[in-house]
Design a protein around this ligand. Structure first.
Ligand code: CAA
Length: 290
């Protein structure tokens, strides 16, 4: 039936029974989504905004939502007009985690053979910078999704947690790894072993979040940051992102070696020449992404 739904769009007037959260219709670039909203924002429309929009389930990350999120990321990645991306949810929840109702009856065998959760990694593969703007709950997979982004801004009422232990499981999308790197062993261990939530302010003090804003200002501020990033060279921004991310994968010596190579690489670009020439000529740089 799932295959049938992919082959037969709703527009043909066929009434097919609901299939839980699994994606129910095909979506090509620019198509209408069911679980997310996408828009271009900013003065120059160069910021791709993705809003998770499954409020009845507090943006629980079901398969259909993740498929749409991946599609939207791919669309913005390919769109030359988009230079940075903001990922947000609603005021009550950024995302309350993986969809527990979808997971409830899974077995080890179908997790293993179906490579459960393997489609979550797209966020990490995107070369354009992604800012997570977190209002409300960022729990379990929601917290993990935010941590896959490059920058996290939080609204004052945001709450972060890895509560999987309370469900008899553990984080499965990098929670034990990224949280530990972000906040250190003691707080990460406490959060993972108790399931306790931390506030936006605590998350900021611990280094998980870079800035905290009033709830209603959050998305605007994230777009503002994305616009600031968008003014720089797209190519050099991608190189800088790769270099920072390497810090999570490499030893200090290996990371410094890679950084030096990437630094040298910038000297092969027009944008590096333009940036330094503009400084010397006391004018604003005009980057061409070359
Ligand atoms: N999966 C599926 N449905 C969820 C959900 C989730 N993670 N979180 C919330 N919902 C649903 C609820 O079932 C409820 O639906 P119904 O109205 O149909 O019953 C609706 O969203 C509203 O939720 P609540 O009534 O519970 O709202 P609340 O304000 O009382 O509580 C909450 C909010 C504290 C976030 C609570 O919903 C909650 O604890 N959610 C689960 C959080 C969680 O454990 N997340 C981790 C999931 S496991 C994971 O993410 C694994 C991984 O690492 C990948």
């Amino acid at each position: 039936m799932a295959a049938l739904r992919v082959l037969l769009p709703r527009a043909r007037g066929l009434v097919l029974p609901r299939l839980g959260c699994a994606a129910r219709r095909p979506f090509a670039s620019g198509a209408h989504f069911e679980y997310i909203i996408t828009e271009k924002k900013g003065k120059d429309s160069n910021v791709g905004l993705i809003q998770l929009n499954r409020p009845k389930a507090l943006n629980a990350l079901c398969d259909g939502l993740l498929m749409e999120l991946n599609q939207a990321l791919e669309n913005f990645e390919k769109d030359p007009a988009v230079k940075a991306i903001v990922l947000t949810g609603g005021e009550k929840a950024f995302a309350a985690g993986a969809d527990i109702k979808e997971m409830q009856n899974r077995t080890f065998q179908n997790c293993y053979t179906g490579q459960f959760l393997s489609n979550w990694d797209k966020v990490c593969q995107v070369k354009k910078p992604i800012i997570a703007a977190v209002n409300g709950f960022a729990l379990g997979g929601g917290c993990e999704l935010a941590m896959m982004c490059d920058i996290i801004y939080a609204g004052e009422k945001a709450q972060f947690a890895q509560p999987e232990i309370l469900l008899g499981t553990i984080p499965g999308m990098g929670g034990t790894q990224r949280l530990t790197r972000a906040v250190g062993k003691s707080l990460a261990m406490e959060m993972v072993l108790t399931g306790d939530r931390i506030s936006a302010q605590e998350a900021k003090e611990a280094g998980l979040v870079s800035k905290v804003f009033p709830v209603e200002k959050l998305v605007e501020e994230a777009i503002h940051c994305a616009e600031k990033i968008a003014r720089n060279s797209k190519f050099i921004t991608a190189v800088a992102k790769e270099s920072v991310n390497a810090a999570f994968e490499m030893t200090l010596a290996e990371g410094n070696k890679l950084e030096k190579k990437l630094f040298y690489l910038t000297f092969a670009t027009e944008d590096r020449r333009e940036g330094m020439t503009a400084f010397v000529e006391k004018r604003k740089a005009n980057f061409k992404d070359q």
